[in-house]
Each structure stands twice: as C-alpha cells, then as structure tokens.
Design a protein. Structure first.
Length: 157
C-alpha cells in the first residue's frame, strides 16, 4: 500500500487523541458529556480499521471509505456539539441530563443525582479558550479531507 505512512500517522494521531481525552477525564477529573463520548468513536474506528488495512492488506478502498464516513460523522457531531455549547441548538435526547420527574423518595432523588450526566452545554475544559469539541471538529474535518484526497488519488491511478 502506498499510503502506509498516512495510516501509521492516523493510528498514532487517533491513539494520542484518545489518550488526551482519557487523561482529561480520568487524571484531570473533567467528566465528559454524552456527545464527547460519541465523538471518540471515529478515533477508535480509525485505530481498528487502519490496523486492519496494515495487517491484512485487503479491502483498502472499502476500509478507507469507512474511515472517511466515521470522520465525517465525527465532524458533524462536533459541529452540533459546538452549536449546543454556543446556544445555537437545544440539547437533544443524547444530552439527557437523566432527570426523573417520578421521584417518590429522598433515596430515589439521591440515586438520580448520582447518575446525572454532564450537560452538553457545559464546557468543563478549554485550551486557548476553545472547547475540545472545537478541536475535534477541526481535526475530524482535516482527516476527512485527507482521506478523501487519498481515495480520489487512488481512483485516478
């Protein structure tokens, strides 16, 4: 495969991105919202699918298309997340805060408070004033463009 350097780079970049997200979550203590967790899917997929191309050296075009679709999904999800953070969109059922209107006792209330997820509106961690969703949108977009370029180049050859 002509694009092994790209695949190795993508696997390493995906691993580093996930490592940073887990560092922010588990070491720095910033709990991710549901959309943050969903935005990790393309990176996990890229590690698995990129490794698959390298090790079996088959279905290259199909797997690259899957990687492209994953990062397009990641880009759109991140843009939607940014829109929620900025107040352009309302939180969806994905961002459900886990509130329950049928609470009967104080024990049920305490259980509900323990299981409450982080709101997608709240940005708990920023770098240079930008949320991680913003960085993810840019990174996912650029990876999508690069994969699309590789697919087009392979079609021309």
């Amino acid at each position: 495969m002509k694009n092994k350097l790209f695949l190795y780079s993508l696997i390493i970049l995906s691993f580093l991105s996930l490592s940073f997200a887990y560092f922010v979550e588990f070491v720095l203590g910033h709990e991710p919202c549901n959309l943050c967790k969903i935005e990790r899917i393309p990176y996990i997929g890229a590690i698995i699918l990129g490794s698959l191309i390298i090790f079996i050296n088959k279905w290259e075009k199909t797997i690259l298309i899957l990687i492209l679709l994953l990062f397009i999904f990641g880009t759109l999800t991140s843009i939607y997340h940014i829109g929620i953070e900025q107040g352009f969109f309302e939180e969806s059922w994905l961002c459900d805060l886990g509130t329950n209107n049928e609470i009967q006792s104080t024990e049920e209330l305490l259980k509900t408070l323990e299981n409450t997820t982080v709101s997608c509106k709240e940005v708990t961690f920023r770098i240079f004033g930008l949320s991680l969703a913003t960085f993810n949108a840019v990174l996912s977009f650029f990876i999508s463009v690069i994969v699309l370029g590789i697919l087009r180049k392979n079609e021309q050859n």
